[in-house]
Write a protein that binds this ligand. Sequence first.
Ligand SMILES: NC(=O)c1ccc[n+]([C@@H]2O[C@H](COP(=O)([O-])OP(=O)(O)OC[C@H]3O[C@@H](n4cnc5c(N)ncnc54)[C@H](O)[C@@H]3O)[C@@H](O)[C@H]2O)c1
Length: 257
Amino acid sequence: MERLRDRVAIVTGAGQGIGEAIARRFASEGAHVVVAEISPALGEATAATLRAETGTRAQFIRCDVADARSVEAMVAETIATLGAPDILVNNAGIAVFGDPLDITDADWARCMSVDLDGAWFCCRAVLPAMLARGRGSIVNIASNHSFQIIRNTFPYPIAKHGLLGLTRSLALEYADRGITVNAISPGYIDTPLNQRMFAENPDPEARRKVEAKQPVGRLGRPDEVAAVAALLASDEARFIVGANIVIDGGVTIRMYE
Ligand SMILES: NC(=O)c1ccc[n+]([C@@H]2O[C@H](COP(=O)([O-])OP(=O)(O)OC[C@H]3O[C@@H](n4cnc5c(N)ncnc54)[C@H](O)[C@@H]3O)[C@@H](O)[C@H]2O)c1
C-alpha cells in the first residue's frame, strides 16, 4: 500500500535508529524523503539505500536541528529540489541524563536546543509552505519521558514534556487549516542510542535486566515506531489531532510490582 505516494517528507535524524526506520517506511510507501541529518556519513548512507531499495528521490541534506539557520537552509533546499514538504517528522534527539545539581549549563542547553528548540525550528520552517497549500502532517517523536519521570535522567524529560506541549499547541493552532500535529511516545527501542548505553554499562547483564522489566519481555523495534509514524503522516489520520500515541510494550500502564 502506497499511502504516501509522491509526498515530500522531511525526517530529521534519519541517519540511524528510529529516524532511519521511519525514512525507510515512508519511502516504501512512495514518499520522497529528505534525510535531514547532522552526520554526513550516516545521512548519505540512508539516502543512498532508500534510492536503491525503493526508486524514490531520497536526498540527504545536512542539518543541525539546533541551529535555526541550518534548519531554514535545509527546508529551502528541500523546496528547491523535491518541492514543498507535505510531512515533517521531528525525530532528531539526544539523551542527556544526569543528577539535577550535577549537570552543567552546557548540558542543559544542549538537551533543550536539540530536543525542543530543534523541533520548533523545523515546524516554524515548514509551516508557511504547508499552510499555503492547506495540507501537512507533523509528527514529533516524544518519549515515555514526556509524561513520566525516571530519576537521574535530568533534564531530558523536561525537553520531552515540552515537546508534547509544542505538539498540542501547534495542533490546535492549525487544526482548521489542513495541518495535523501529533506525537509518538516510544518506550525502550533497540537503536544505536540504547546499544551504546548498554555497551558503556559496566554491568554485562544490563540489557537483559531492561528486557525483563518490559511487560512484553523485549525492547521495541524501530520499524514498529515507523509503522505508527506512517499512519500519522497519511490521509488516514486526518481526524487525529494533537494526540500522543504511546508505543512502549505496556511499560507505562503498569503501576508497580
Ligand atoms: N531509542 C529509544 O529507546 C527512544 C525512546 C523514546 C524516544 N526516543 C527518541 O527517538 C528519537 C530517535 O532516537 P534513536 O534512539 O533513534 O537515536 P539515535 O542516537 O540512534 O539516532 C539519532 C539520530 O539523530 C541524529 N542527530 C543527533 N543530533 C542531531 C542534530 N542536532 N541535528 C540533526 N540530526 C541529529 C544522529 O546523528 C542520529 O543519526 C530521539 O528523539 C529520541 O529521544 C528514543
